[in-house]
Write a protein that binds this ligand. Structure first.
Ligand code: HEC
Ligand code: HEC
Length: 352
């Protein structure tokens, strides 16, 4: 604590060497020992996972997964890829209230980011998929998203492309017939598990007090005191718990959330407490994408989850803190893969 050092100096009780050391320590953690301790109760610094060597099966899976992530031939129209709604250059989102699927028809929910999604305990706003491997197989067959008629049709397209067949063999060397729908999910998942975005907040958690500004620290302190971390917990700062959430102005019955999947009446209007990492870039907010302004999203959270009218300066501080969780997109995610060409027997796209 800086004031303690000063007080000791004024009282003349501290030998010079100790004083210098104390000052250095103060600088290092920015005088925020207590704040750091509180933050570490909830969060650990996130680090970027190492890339598996290219010549291993896992390395091949990651390469294949990235290609499939960008390949619109996984959609009926040949127009929509995973990247259409989870644009990696745009922090893994489409920036629309709800995504446009097959035939440009808007879907029911906002597209969450794929960055750090692998860290969540379950996937989707309602948690209906266990992990990113299982999740990836949903949108391809969803008539409102990529709209492929059946998994066989997906395999027919992929298996007609020899470069893909070779990559599946390299990715799953122990399997006799590795071009399967299941393995599409495994590969995309392998790629997604590398989409982590360490940020300045992680540097702070690792002990670098200078990683956050005074205002961001004030915001973090409020964020922790109010109790936001109790739901937005874990390595992705969210994605761990499900909670009731209904916007005050919501009309009609609306989206029933987790209930549609569990059929448990207690799960009506229950949604995943979302990851707050990169939140400044993943607007518009909430499962229906109804709120564009982060300050407004924070105000609503204060009101709905904490029955608290957060004063404007407090909202601004929390928003400033949340900005420090916006991380760096890993370079490998920004390099586009070259996709192999279709062959004469590759089933053609259909707009119907
Ligand atoms: C048409 C737009 C669209 C396409 C195409 C699409 N997604 Fe999504 N994705 C969404 C929406 C919307 C959700 C949320 C749906 C829900 O929760 O019900 C979602 C959810 C997810 C999630 C869950 C994230 C979380 O935080 O729970 C992951 C991971 C994901 N998609 C990856 C993919 C992959 C991989 C593909 C390609 C195979 C893909 N998506 C294709 C729109 C799309
Ligand atoms: C009781 C659990 C709970 C608490 C406490 C809580 N949240 Fe949330 N938060 C949620 C849920 C659930 C959602 C997802 C709501 C939905 O369905 O769109 C969410 C969503 C958000 C979003 C929008 C995320 C997105 O990508 O759309 C922000 C921002 C947010 N919370 C910030 C905060 C802040 C700041 C606090 C403290 C003032 C807080 N939350 C406290 C449960 C909670």
């Amino acid at each position: 604590m800086r004031w303690k050092t000063l007080a000791a100096l004024a009282a003349g009780v501290m030998p010079l060497a100790t004083m210098v050391l104390a000052a250095a320590a103060t600088n290092k953690d920015g005088g925020d020992g207590e704040l750091l301790r509180q933050a570490r109760k909830w969060y650990k610094p996130l680090s970027a996972p190492p890339l598996p060597p290219a010549n291993t099966p896992r390395g091949a899976q990651v390469r294949l997964g990235k290609m499939l992530f960008h390949d619109a031939r996984l959609s009926r129209s040949g127009v929509i890829s995973c990247n259409s709604c989870h644009n990696l250059a745009n922090y893994g989102v489409d920036g629309l209230p709800t995504s446009l699927g097959h035939g440009f028809v808007p879907g029911a929910r906002n597209s969450p980011t794929v960055f750090n999604a692998a860290l969540h305990t379950r996937q989707f706003w309602d948690g209906r998929a266990r992990d990113v491997e299982e999740q990836a197989l949903g949108p391809i067959l969803n008539p409102k998203e990529m709209a492929m008629p059946a998994s066989d049709a997906v395999i027919e397209r992929i298996a007609s492309i020899p470069e893909y067949v070779a990559l599946f063999k390299a990715s799953f060397p122990k399997e006799k017939d590795p071009v399967t729908y299941h393995n599409i999910g495994q590969s995309i998942g392998a790629f997604e598990r590398l989409l982590l975005t360490p940020s300045r907040f992680d540097r702070f958690l690792a002990g670098d007090g200078r990683a956050l500004s005074v205002r961001e620290k004030r915001g973090l302190k409020r964020f922790l005191e109010i109790g936001c971390a109790s739901c937005h917990a874990g390595p992705a700062m969210g994605g761990m718990v499900f909670q009731k959430f209904k916007l005050p102005n919501q009309e009609g019955e609306g989206d029933l959330g987790r209930y549609d999947f569990t059929k448990d009446p207690n799960d009506k209007y229950v949604f995943k407490a979302y990851s707050l990492r990169n939140i400044t870039r993943t607007y518009p907010y909430f499962h229906d994408g109804s709120v564009w302004d982060l300050g407004e999203a924070v105000r609503l959270m204060g009101k709905i989850q904490h029955q608290r009218d957060m004063p404007k300066p407090e909202i601004a501080d929390v928003v400033a803190f949340l900005g420090s969780t916006t991380g760096e997109i890993p370079r490998h995610a920004l390099e586009l893969p070259v996709l192999p060409p279709s062959r004469a027997n590759t089933p053609r796209p259909s707009f119907k």
